[in-house]
Design a protein around this ligand. Structure first.
Ligand code: COA
Length: 159
């Protein structure tokens, strides 16, 4: 149940666990860019929210969204493999989108690997539409998919 999940803003001490989950589950096969240092910078950045869910005191999942004037960018979203399909990513995304909505932002953008069927199904379920494919976005062999959601399509049932 989404309502059972407690979303928190990350503390600086969460940066190593967030960076490790990003490296293992998002940046697989790529250069590790989301180091603890970069995550700490994101936590401190006033235009960025680093939201997380804990289970038994450990990081279960996190999302990082940057808020610009009209558009928000979901940079990273990941859930520990053992805790998937329990609504954790949905709760994080809904929370991050609500902040954007309150800030008057109309569009959320995100990218995913073309072969990441789980992520594409997840974003599709949340109302994101595929805008374009970028060849070789994740190294020579992997294309990226640009997705977008208009927040005016936000559904109250996602609460
Ligand atoms: C994509 C990801 C974040 C989803 O996290 P999650 O907590 O399992 O997602 P939820 O439980 O909130 O899923 C909500 C819905 O999304 C869809 N979905 C999620 N994972 C799916 C999968 N593997 N296959 C098909 N549909 C899926 C389903 O419709 C699901 O609802 P249901 O479980 O009632 O069928 C998770 O698989 C993950 O961390 N993957 C690795 C990192 C990644 O790819 N991040 C996204 C790109 S940055």
């Amino acid at each position: 149940m989404l309502s059972d999940l407690h979303i928190q803003l990350a503390a600086l001490a969460d940066a190593p666990a967030i960076a490790a989950l990003s490296k293992a589950e998002i940046e697989r096969g790529l250069r590790h860019r989301w180091t603890p240092l970069r995550v700490r910078r994101a936590i401190k950045d006033t235009r960025t929210n680093v939201a997380l869910v804990r289970k038994h005191g450990c990081l279960a999942g996190f999302g990082i969204m940057v808020y610009d004037e009209d558009t928000a960018h979901l940079y990273l979203l990941a859930v520990h493999p053992a805790l998937r399909r329990r609504g954790i990513a949905s709760a994080l995304l809904v929370w991050l989108e609500k902040v954007a909505l309150v800030a008057g932002i109309t569009t959320v953008q995100v990218q995913a690997r073309e072969q990441n069927t789980a992520a594409l199904a997840f974003y599709g379920r949340h109302g994101y539409r595929q805008v374009s494919i970028e060849q070789g976005m994740y190294g020579e062999m992997e294309n990226g998919v640009h997705l977008e959601k208009l927040l005016t399509h936000y559904r109250a049932s996602e609460d």
